[in-house]
Ligand binder design. Sequence first.
Ligand code: TRP
Length: 347
Amino acid sequence: MEIQEKSQEDTQAAIVKKNVFSGIQPTGIPTLGNYLGAMRNWPLLQEEYHCIYSVVDLHSLTVRQEPAALRKQTLSLVALLLACGIDPEKSLLFIQSHVSAHAELAWLLNCYTQFGELARMTQFKDKSAKHPDNINAGLFCYPVLMAADILLYQTDLVPVGADQKQHMELARDVAGRFNGIYGEVFRIPEPYIPKEGARVMSLQEPAKKMSKSDENPNAYILLLDDADTILRKFRRAVTDSEAEVVYREGKDGINNLITIYSIVTGKTVPEVEHEFAGKGYGDFKSAVGEAVAEALRPVRETYADLLKNKDYLAEVYTKGAEKARAIAGRTYGKACKKLGLVLPPRP
Ligand code: TRP
């Protein structure tokens, strides 16, 4: 795969594929919300763009991790991304810590990011409130490492949720500032909001977003939950005291279930309402559970097969890292040169 660098080729924008970068932390299994909102669209994205996906293990270190668990979750996430349809022939898939330019560029960018800018980040404020005994420098500089991830690949578009918009803004500011002093080194990335991105809510408190950090495991579906667990969680989903499967304001629980069912079956909302007219919530909840279990089955099965094949996984992330190093190294070298660092002799 060729990643396009900024050049006169940009004038032929119509035929040049844009670069998309996304980073996913290896902390826990993604939820149905992550899947329906984003991951499900990734195989489609890779047809239209040069997609670069990184398992950002260095970011996870900003919160204390159990080493054995981190190692396992990192490999498991590589397998899961492949199971979701990321094709290593079309997209670049690698583990962040395998490409040293990420940490190196982050250092350079740290020197062009102000203390005040980082102190304003709401995620930093939230996370430091959550872990008051471990407000480390890495947590503070987290958005700079994220900026380095993105900028190394001359990224055009970054698929992000609302919670990452502030970090994206910072990446753009830092890149613009650097370019302003030293000339065009980095392409300025834009957040990418998918055309249809579903917002999946908690099954227990449907006014809240579905989150894997919820204390109540019945509130979320994990991508790797087995069919029985999925069914059970949907049967326990909180609804309302009416008995009508219709999408209407005030019916958060039912609205959420209709949305989920509509996405996984491809039926429109009126079609779903029609299908369940006159039926009770019990039938509806079971139907949603079964449809979701069925939709996730191929992901679950492919994932299980891939995990058995450690050699294949190693081949994918080793090749991914090689290609990523070549691209990232070019941007990093350019930044070093502009700054006046003496470049080491080529090996
Ligand atoms: N901060 C992102 C999150 O928690 C993860 C991330 C790290 C990322 N580097 C990135 C996302 C680069 C997009 C681009 O979701």
